[in-house]
Design a protein around this ligand. Structure first.
Ligand code: FRU
Length: 510
């Protein structure tokens, strides 16, 4: 894999710049103009003005506001001239819904991060925001024996959103039993000590998580503390973006392992995201006793999660609503990627449930009540014609076998994104076989999950211009999918098979 990347990297190195403001304004404007012309621009999801967006970073609460950054490669799709710049892009919000654009934040301008300001996290410390991230560098680039040399780098942000990097690395290089794949520190505090968990690859090419710990209180010195001792020694070849937190006295390690082979309905995406739930971490031995790995999202596009604890104690998570190596139809407009809606994480029966955060209610505009008996004819839900909507209803299948919901459908309903609830099989199936512009077909066009229910099932759905997020039951199953419908796909159709279904709930334009 690395070999393939070498070629790209050498091209990038030739045209690397430290600061985005070194790029002539007309070049940036042209990229933004192209992006703005896309018919797929989201309405209430975070997207970049142009270029490539991936992981959420530095999700935190500081100085009375939520702060959120994302991995940004602004000129990723500009080939001529190809200029490479990579860093964190900064947003702030008082409600997690309306975001203030604070522009490029940490950039790859120091010897410690010269080949990439990679993912990391942030935490309020006194009157500043402390950010910790991986500075990616390559050594031996003149030879065929390139090697990653990762640094863990610290930076302070003040109340005016100005950054100052700490000159010396907090940690240099990887653990001795690991390869150069060692990154994505997620910081937290325990008993007055700061810890961070990082994703790593052991020398035997298995994935793991390592812990570093700060020495002293000024956060400039850290030590390699040890490996997180989980029960999984062979779960993929690399773990990215790990996050350790506790909810209701239980420990959770949420991370993105790469290299899990597909197994039944699970691990169908190129890379996965999931979690262990267990007893709280033992800080002396680093032992973490946990249940089996569980995949978090049942959809197609979900990776590199990051959580934070809101001031009211809720654990809130965002993810990259995308996955690497997928060629999204938006690349034609020189951008790719967005973030999921923020979701609250709740633990029930040793499982993580995901719920859309309550603040999203402020997006609601026109409300329509529904109380409908659906039969076996394919019928249009008579709505307002807006494509951006929230649906929140219960389906009663006591007299039916299956319920079919076609979102973003055209008039003939020959194109749509289809959700099927199958009572007999106790399963939900999401298909984007006929969703519109096709992509990533080699990873399959259907996702399926078992869902236990008696007769009624709750569905809570967010539809944006080019995505659906479907929360099922109490949030035990969530399908996140990017879709790229044609412009005439503005309708919703429903059908009940094997008897009538009863729908009761509400729909809002967003
Ligand atoms: C995950 C990831 C991280 C890395 C970042 C670089 O998508 O590969 O491991 O820090 O992206 O952009």
């Amino acid at each position: 894999m690395e070999d393939k990347r070498m070629v790209n990297k050498s091209a990038q190195f030739k045209n690397m710049i430290k600061h985005i403001d070194q790029v002539p304004e007309n070049v940036i404007k042209e990229e933004e103009r192209l992006t703005a012309a896309s018919p797929f621009r989201q309405k209430f999801h975070i997207e970049a003005k142009s270029g490539f967006l991936n992981d959420p970073n530095g999700f935190s609460f500081f100085n009375g506001k939520y702060h959120l950054f994302y991995q940004w490669t602004p000129l990723a799709f500009k080939k001529d001239p190809s200029i490479w710049h990579h860093g964190w892009y900064h947003l702030a919000s008082s409600d997690l819904v309306n975001w203030e654009d604070l522009g490029p934040a940490i950039e790859s301008d120091s010897p410690l991060d010269k080949h990439g300001t990679y993912s990391g996290s942030a935490m309020t410390v006194n009157d500043k925001l402390f950010c910790i991230y991986t500075g990616n560098t390559w050594t031996n680039t003149q030879t065929d024996d390139w090697r990653r040399l990762p640094y863990q780098v610290g930076a302070w942000m003040d109340k005016k959103n100005r950054f100052e990097k700490i000159d010396k690395p907090l940690i240099t290089d990887s653990f001795s039993d690991c390869t150069g794949h060692f990154r994505d520190p997620k910081i937290w505090m325990h008993d007055n000590n700061y810890y961070a968990v990082l994703g790593a690859q052991r020398r035997n090419l298995t994935g793991t998580a390592k812990i570093i710990k700060s020495v002293g209180s000024d956060l400039t010195q850290w030590q390699k503390y040890g490996e997180l001792k989980t029960d999984e020694k062979h779960l993929g070849y690399m773990w990215e973006c790990p996050d350790y937190f506790e909810v209701d006295g239980q420990g959770v390690l949420l991370f993105s392992p790469q290299g899990l082979p597909a197994k039944g309905d699970h691990y169908r995406n190129i890379y996965q995201t999931g979690y262990f739930i267990g007893e709280p971490l033992n800080y002396d031995t680093l032992e973490f006793k946990h249940e089996k790995f569980k995949e978090l999202d049942a959809g197609f596009d979900f990776y590199a999660t990051q959580t934070m604890e809101a001031p009211d104690g809720r654990r809130i998570m965002l993810a990259w609503f995308g996955i690497s190596e997928i060629d999204y139809p938006t690349t034609k407009y020189h951008y790719s990627g967005c973030l999921t809606i923020p979701r609250e994480l709740i633990i029930k029966d040793k499982k993580l449930l995901q719920r859309p955060i309550r603040e999203l209610k402020s997006l609601r505009k026109k409300e329509t009540q529904i109380n409908l008996l659906i039969d076996d004819s394919m019928s249009e839900l008579n709505l307002t014609g807006m494509v951006t909507q929230e649906l929140d209803f219960e389906v009663d299948l006591s007299l039916a076998e299956k319920f079919v919901l076609d979102l973003r459908a055209d008039q003939e309903n020959s194109h749509h994104t289809r959700l099927i609830i199958d009572k007999e099989k106790q399963a939900c199936i999401l298909s984007r076989k006929d969703s519109g512009v096709m992509f990533a077909e080699k990873y399959g066009t259907e996702r399926r999950r078992q869902v236990k229910f008696q007769e009624k099932l709750h569905l809570h759905i967010f539809i944006d211009v080019s995505s659906v997020e479907i929360f099922i039951g109490k949030g035990e199953v969530v399908f996140s999918a990017r879709i790229f419908p044609n412009e005439d796909q503005t309708k919703i159709f429903v059908q009940s098979i094997g008897g009538e279904s009863h729908l009761v709930g509400k729909i809002w334009d967003l």
